[in-house]
Design a protein around this ligand. Structure first.
Ligand SMILES: N[C@@H](CCC(=O)N[C@@H](CS)C(=O)NCC(=O)O)C(=O)O
Length: 338
């Protein structure tokens, strides 16, 4: 609970300084680098590779923002943050954007002084168990010990679900991600509970034998994950929001990193506006007219990013599901760029 009081205190402090939150785009342009808050290492979403380069679905959002604001997707710095540290890092100005499997909740969007800039992954909370436990459904979890990470929405969701379903459990809540994983592997808890995407990631990247573990079929909540910025800086909020939109719109229009150059000659007015052939969208945000072209060319569209990082081309093998475009039965509905 101390975390929330401290965080709200920091938010109130920021609100007390007029204009203290404005001008992130100018600061970023001046600095030449986007400071992007990510996890301490969460395969598929944000993790360093063997060479220390950060990759993942969330990292692609950092890259897209850097491409839009600075014309170069490599001009971002990944700032690793655990679940507990992330909002204070945003409030203190240590990062410009938080792009880190963070659930959009009313409290975070209000009292915490943060504001979400879209949804880049629709998720829900689930359970990971060792097959040895012999459990096939969450309904059999009565009396279980449940590992969770401090400062996540997962703690509250678990408590609500258990109460509603008359399940008793013992929480084991640990601050550092690797320590929660180790506690689970060592059998200090029967269950690991977090976002289903996180469980898929933990299972394939952290368990020595992924097949010894099972993600239970129940999803107990809505966990819409998205990037956050500070409240009170609409210009910067727009840069992040429309960078994500551009990745989705590119997918809807069939533009990829491989074919975007051919599409510069397209007669489709939506393509022309997105790629800056028809000017305006860039100027509207104080960005170069090639802002979205640079995103698509250097990062790719949302579908490319999804498949390469968490989808069928990745070890996680997550289906598009809710994260498919609205034209394909999913929830991804990019707002019009015009
Ligand atoms: N979506 C949830 C959970 C996000 C979260 O922080 N998950 C943990 C996994 S248990 C994580 O990413 N840990 C990585 C780290 O702390 O570096 C939230 O926003 O609270």
């Amino acid at each position: 609970m101390r975390y929330f009081h401290y965080a709200i205190g920091a938010a109130a402090l920021f609100a007390a300084l007029p204009g203290a939150n404005a001008g992130t785009l100018e600061v970023v342009k001046e600095r030449g680098v986007v400071q992007c808050g990510v996890t301490t290492g969460f395969a598929g979403f944000s993790a360093p590779d063997a060479k220390g380069n950060w990759t993942g679905l969330d990292v692609d959002l950092c890259r897209a923002v850097a491409a839009a604001a600075l014309g170069d997707a490599s001009k971002f710095k990944a700032v690793p943050l655990n679940s507990q540290q992330r909002f204070t890092a945003l409030q203190s100005g240590e990062i410009d954007v938080l792009a880190r499997n963070t659930t959009v909740t009313q409290q975070r969007d209000t009292a915490l002084g943060a504001i979400h800039a879209g949804i880049n992954f629709y998720d829900g909370q689930g359970f990971l168990v060792s097959r040895k436990l012999g459990v096939k459904s969450a309904k059999e979890l009565d009396g279980a010990t449940v590992c969770m990470q401090t400062g996540t929405s997962n703690e509250n969701t678990m408590a609500d679900w258990a109460r509603a379903n008359n399940v008793t459990y013992k929480p084991v809540v640990i601050e550092q991600f690797n320590e929660v994983v180790n506690a689970f592997v060592a059998g200090r808890c029967d269950v690991f509970s977090t976002d289903a995407s996180g469980l898929a990631s933990i299972r394939v990247s952290k368990m020595q034998n992924p097949d010894d573990y099972l993600v239970l079929p129940e999803i107990i909540s809505k966990e819409p994950l998205g990037p956050f910025v500070r409240q009170g800086d609409d210009a910067w909020l727009n840069v992040v929001k429309w960078s994500l939109t551009a990745m989705l719109e590119a997918e809807e229009l069939g533009l990829t990193s491989a074919n975007v150059d051919e599409h510069l000659a397209s007669a489709n007015p939506n393509v022309k506006r997105l790629l800056g052939v028809t000017e305006g969208a860039g100027k509207n945000m104080g960005l170069d007219e090639k802002w979205a072209y640079n995103i698509v060319k250097q990062v790719g569209n949302y579908g490319e990013s999804f498949e390469r990082n968490v989808g069928m081309q990745s070890p996680l093998k997550i289906q598009r599901g809710l994260n498919a475009l609205w034209t394909k039965g999913g929830l991804m509905y990019p707002l019009p760029i015009r």
